[in-house]
Ligand binder design. Structure first.
Ligand code: PMP
Ligand code: GLN
Length: 388
């Protein structure tokens, strides 16, 4: 039998591929974005407590009420917008599911969704699986700011949604309030829904603030805002996230949610509800800024063109200025670093359509300080390679 693939252009994700290559070569894995350190032991205890207390059956479809309450309180305190616990907040099985669910709830065959390239790898397949068409707007180096004229020109009567991501994976850029205002202006008078991927909301550095769509009433009233507990509490493997939206939009989101997953792992939700009371998200910017600064300082002598990292836990670097690697694709360079130097990273072309060559690779600094120092020592090998 021949299987007629719905996604013939898609293989295994680059994150899985590079993590496997890192294991094969015993390389330090700064590729796939996940912490190599433990979460707060109090969170593990809370998970244990929840399971022991018998929270092991289906929770309500929208999520455990206590967790939705904590989310509502946090969002109100941080961004000043009130979301109704009963009708405007849904707990999801990770941000990936929330994004897929939002697209499934909204997009009919032939509908268009505007996305920004470089783009997180799950967006386009979710649009395509629903029969929609991804319409690309390019974020250009070096600052990767959106060109709002291009966005405006990309809108057609078929545009159903625009999917944004700030702080941005992989460029580590953060949209200022000015971009949020520009987005609101462009969408004024349309029925276009904003799907806002804000999984790195608490990883914004140098005293800047995260410009959540939830802060901007003109956008929030037409938006599904998504964040992930995996990023915020160092538990990417738990796959628990949340979506916020005004009631009418959330009603549609839940229609899809209930048939995609129905509900999300119950003990984790109780654990997160108990743990959120500690307010540790407030300490996250300082925690990761210290790691970013440590890594940036340590790689100062590594002869790559290091890019700024005002947000997320990623820092990217160019290599095309090095004669020895001028002819390398970013994938070849990432493989070289993994195999020969012992540090795995992600080629930026993975965030572009087929055939794009960036000359840039991405490193994740959500790692123990000793892992970062170990990686840096290895990366210094590059300097010796170039001399030798
Ligand atoms: N969006 C972006 C931009 C991400 O980087 C990630 C994961 N790293 C996700 C969504 C997915 O988050 P989750 O693991 O909660 O599905
Ligand atoms: N989002 C993470 C990254 O960008 C990886 C998640 C995944 O493996 N899909 O590295």
């Amino acid at each position: 039998m021949r299987v007629n693939s719905k996604l013939p252009h898609i293989g295994t994700t680059i994150f899985t591929t590079m993590s496997a290559l890192a294991v094969e070569h015993g390389a330090v894995n700064l590729g796939q974005g996940f912490p190599d350190f433990q979460c707060d032991p109090r969170l593990v205890e809370a998970l244990n407590d929840a399971a022991k207390a018998g929270h092991n059956q289906y929770p309500p479809m929208a999520g455990v009420p206590a967790l939705r309450e904590r989310v509502a309180e946090k969002v109100s305190a941080v961004y000043g917008r009130e979301y109704d616990v009963a009708s405007e907040i849904t707990i999801t099985a990770g941000a990936t599911q929330a994004i897929h669910t939002a697209i499934t709830a909204l997009v009919r065959p032939g509908d268009e969704v505007i996305i920004f390239e470089p783009v997180y790898d799950s967006y386009e397949p979710s649009i395509t699986m629903n029969g929609g068409k991804a319409v690309y707007v390019t974020l250009n180096a070096p600052d990767y700011r959106p060109d709002w004229r291009q966005v405006k020109a990309s809108i057609t009567p078929r545009t159903r949604a625009i999917l944004i991501n700030t702080p941005h994976n992989p460029t580590a850029t953060c949209w200022p309030a000015e971009d949020m205002r520009a987005l609101a202006d462009v969408l004024k008078g349309t029925d276009i829904v904003v799907i806002s991927d804000e999984v790195y909301e608490h990883m914004v550095y140098d005293n800047q603030r995260h410009e959540s769509v939830a802060r901007c009433p003109a956008l929030a009233e037409r938006a599904i805002v998504i964040s992930s507990f995996g990023k915020t509490y160092h538990v990417t493997g738990w796959k628990v996230a949340y979506a916020l939206a005004p009631r009418e939009l959330m009603t549609e989101f839940r229609k899809a949610h209930q048939f995609i997953v129905f509900t999300v792992h119950t003990p984790s939700q109780h654990a997160l509800a108990a743990y959120m009371a500690h307010g540790t998200h407030l300490t996250l910017p300082a925690f990761y800024q210290a790691k970013r600064d440590l890594f940036r300082e340590a790689v100062r002598d590594v002869p790559l063109a290091w890019m700024p990292s005002p947000g997320t836990y990623f820092m990217s670097a160019g290599f095309r200025h090095l004669d020895r690697f001028r002819e390398y694709s970013d994938l070849q360079f990432a493989e070289h670093l993994t195999r020969e130097v012992g540090v795995a990273c992600i080629p930026l072309s993975a965030f572009y359509r087929e055939g794009m060559e960036t000359g840039i690779v991405r490193f994740c600094f959500a790692k123990k300080d000793e892992t970062l120092m170990d990686a840096t020592t290895k990366l210094c090998q590059l300097t010796r390679d170039l001399r030798g």
